[in-house]
Design a protein around this ligand. Structure first.
Ligand code: ATP
Ligand code: MG
Length: 426
């Protein structure tokens, strides 16, 4: 074996890339309909951005970042998520001076040094959206509606929306005290991560995946128990908008999500059929984040969705993707002169936007026809010395199985007028 790709990465090769195109087209379409504009930020950023913007107590920052010093001794990190970068770009490009809220989305690779297993990669892809400069609960609901509608269009079944409110720094202080009191005696039984969280970010203990921690926190006070009036009203309104939009949800008071900066609304969407890695999407409100990374105080909310997970759910649920392959025109030329003429025709056809390919290996006629078959060609144009002398080509209709001679100068018009290539308008 030669050199292999790094652990936790994947090649997306022809044959599967078409599924990605389909998914990406659906995403671009729905975002444009909902008024979200695409933003593209760098694949790497200053490490400090994620330390401050994702949070020092998160798994991402503690264990999962691809961090290195560049030749100028700057600490650089391959982006593990998109929100911090979008918030940085919002301040750096002064998007707060535009009409608010600013609704943006992104799509692209993220990098996390994870223990690889089914559905968990070191390079994976996320689609995410962020709304900055809008604190109305309607924004929270809209963003959940967008995800719901996308997943509905993709045909996913068995979806569950879980929501929670983790409160704001004000009401969380009380929760923190109550939770620490509750866990005081139990602390020794918590996992190493949670012992660490106990003083730094105790709320995170509530959604630890460790079984012992889950048992110990069974009757622990949740953030819903201590919501202040503002947070409580906000949560009620989010729920009522979801009801208006006919979105079923489940309140999960223990879902607090991984990121340090969440405030108020937190949500997660899962689908049946992918077992343990059932979360396909998670998000929440992060009203303190833009200020945390040095911008003006700005409310924000967003989510991120794992595209590999979406595709794997679609596969497990047997959802067919119509990839609509192009049926090309194949130019089968025999002999040097004919190949030159065909090459000229090809560039002429291509200028007219016709999908046309030519054998590049100098195959014989029989093999060129086989090639055409495998490429699902609609028409094959055969040009040999005889045809060249008569200034014609044999045009074989692969679907109907018949063929006719057509003057070379008329072929382009014939193809355009027949308007049959791949069944689409040209
Ligand atoms: P988990 O608890 O599963 O680790 P997370 O909280 O780290 O999830 P987020 O950071 O919220 O996940 O990312 C949002 C989505 O991105 C996840 O729901 C999942 O679909 C996808 N995702 C996250 N990490 C990976 C990964 N390593 N490989 C593939 N997809 C991933
Ligand atoms: Mg994770």
């Amino acid at each position: 074996m030669g050199i292999q790709r790094p652990k936790g990465t994947q090649d997306i090769i022809p044959g599967s890339v078409e599924k990605w195109h389909y998914l990406e087209e659906q995403i671009h379409a729905i975002c444009s309909e909902y008024g979200y504009k695409e933003i593209r930020t760098p694949i790497f950023e200053a490490t400090e951005l994620f330390q401050r913007g994702v949070g020092e107590t998160t798994d991402i920052v503690n264990k999962e970042m691809y961090t290195f010093l560049d030749k100028g001794e700057r600490s650089i990190t391959l982006r593990p998520e998109g929100t911090a970068s979008v918030c940085r770009a919002y301040s750096e490009n002064k998007l707060y001076a535009l009409q608010q809220p600013v609704k943006m989305y992104y799509l692209g690779p993220m990098f996390r040094y994870e223990n690889t297993q089914a559905g968990r990669f070191r390079q994976f892809h996320q689609f995410g959206a962020e709304v900055l400069g809008g604190e109305d609960p309607m924004v929270d609901a809209e963003i959940i509606c967008l995800i719901w509608e996308l997943l509905r269009r993709l045909g996913l079944k068995g979806l569950e929306v879980q929501i929670n409110s983790v409160g704001c720094p004000k009401c969380r202080a009380e929760h923190r005290t109550r939770l620490q009191e509750f866990l005081h005696e139990k602390k020794a039984g918590l996992c190493a991560d949670c012992q660490n969280r106990f003083s730094k970010n105790p709320m995170r203990i509530l959604d630890c995946k460790n079984k012992t921690c889950q048992t110990l926190t069974e009757n622990a006070p949740t953030t819903l128990d201590t919501l202040c009036e503002d947070c409580s009203t906000h949560f009620e309104k989010v729920k009522s908008y979801l009801e208006i939009a006919d979105i079923r949800y489940r309140i999960n008071p223990k879902m607090v999500r991984g990121l340090d900066y969440y405030q108020k609304t937190a949500f997660e969407i899962s689908a049946e059929g992918i077992g343990a890695q059932s979360a396909i999407c998670g998000g929440g409100r992060y009203d303190g984040l833009v200020a945390e990374i040095g911008g003006p105080p700005t409310p924000g909310i967003g989510f991120a969705m794992g595209l590999e997970r979406i595709l794997s759910v679609m596969e497990k649920q047997n959802i067919q993707i119509d990839t609509d392959p192009v049926s090309p025109i194949i130019l089968a030329a025999l002999g040097d002169h004919a190949r030159k003429e065909a090459f000229k025709l090809m560039s002429d056809f291509r200028q007219a936007g016709l999908p046309v390919i030519m054998d590049l290996l100098g195959r014989g006629l029989k093999n060129q026809l086989k090639y055409a078959d495998r490429e699902h060609a609609r028409y094959v144009l055969i040009i040999g010395d005889d045809e060249l002398a008569k200034k014609v080509a044999v045009v074989r209709d692969m679907r109907l199985g018949d063929q006719q001679e057509i003057a070379i100068e008329n072929i382009k018009t014939f193809l355009i007028e027949n308007n049959k290539i791949s069944g689409k308008e040209l």
